[in-house]
Design a protein around this ligand. Structure first.
Ligand code: ATP
Ligand code: ATP
Ligand code: CA
Length: 222
């Protein structure tokens, strides 16, 4: 696993999304300031976050007193109160926070956030729903990364039909235009497999290519 440089984060809003972001950032070794206007929420994070404070993020003076401008990345995870989310984002950008990531509730909210300078806008519910649907609708697909509307990196379990066959024999790149980046088997990972590599039971293929080509590969070979 790549270990990123330790960074200073602030998470505003400790609902399920913000709380989960906060916990994971701490787990990855970062310093995290957790902020919520609800004291009960904050109490749940006093032992998890580096610092946890009760504060109203829509108050400019409060944000200044927390020294929020010194944080490299701030996550705004205020959910239902769209006004508070927008105002907080606006203040953070005005104060000069370099990187502000905001959870959006809907497309209107998203548009406004972009206009006022949010650096990243996320839709955790829709994104997760899409991801789960993808995984459920195709049982070979373990995980995927959407590179664009057309290209993806997909993890596929090799079917029994492929066992013992080499990449050259299957002629995957030439026939389908897709490339196997790596092959995982349990804890082992084989990056850039040789053309002579023979697919084994339990191999997980990490494939990059056009979605149509990946689909064709699955339909014809798997
Ligand atoms: P999730 O679905 O992730 O659980 P949600 O989208 O339902 O969360 P809310 O519960 O509406 O989100 O808001 C997340 C948190 O943001 C709440 O704990 C709430 O107290 C906090 N919050 C709302 N307004 C402010 C504010 N002005 N300043 C700080 N925190 C705020
Ligand atoms: P190419 O232009 O397709 O790379 P090549 O002659 O350089 O052709 P080799 O690397 O020798 O190809 O492999 C022969 C064939 O085996 C490739 O054309 C391709 O179909 C298949 N192959 C080899 N490695 C991979 C891989 N990692 N992913 C998909 N197919 C592969
Ligand atoms: Ca919610």
């Amino acid at each position: 696993k790549v270990v990123a440089k330790k960074q200073q984060f602030a998470v505003i809003g400790l609902g399920r999304f913000g709380g989960s972001v906060c916990k994971e950032l701490v787990k990855l070794g970062n310093e995290v300031l957790a902020i919520d206007s609800d004291e009960q929420k904050v109490n749940k994070y006093t032992n998890i976050a580096t610092h946890a404070v009760v504060a109203d993020a829509t108050d400019e003076k409060v944000l200044a007193s927390l020294g929020i401008r010194n944080f490299e990345k701030v996550i705004v995870a205020i959910g239902d109160n769209i006004q508070a989310s927008i105002l907080t984002t606006l203040l953070l950008k005005e104060i000069g926070v370099e990187n502000v990531c905001v959870k959006a509730k809907n497309n209107y909210h998203h548009k406004v956030l972009e206009k006022i300078g949010a650096d990243k806008v996320v839709h955790p519910e829709t994104d997760m729903g899409k991801r789960i649907a993808q995984q459920l609708s195709d049982e070979n697909v373990i995980d995927y990364i959407e590179l664009s509307d057309e290209f993806s990196i997909v993890e596929l379990f090799a079917s029994a039909k492929l066992e013992g066959k080499s990449l050259v024999e299957l002629d995957i790149r030439a026939r389908f235009g897709i490339t196997i980046l790596a092959i995982k088997n349990g804890e082992e990972i084989n990056v850039s497999p040789e053309p002579e590599y023979k697919i084994a039971r339990g191999d997980l293929l990490i494939v990059i290519g056009h979605n149509d080509d990946i689909k064709r590969f699955e339909d014809q070979v798997m």
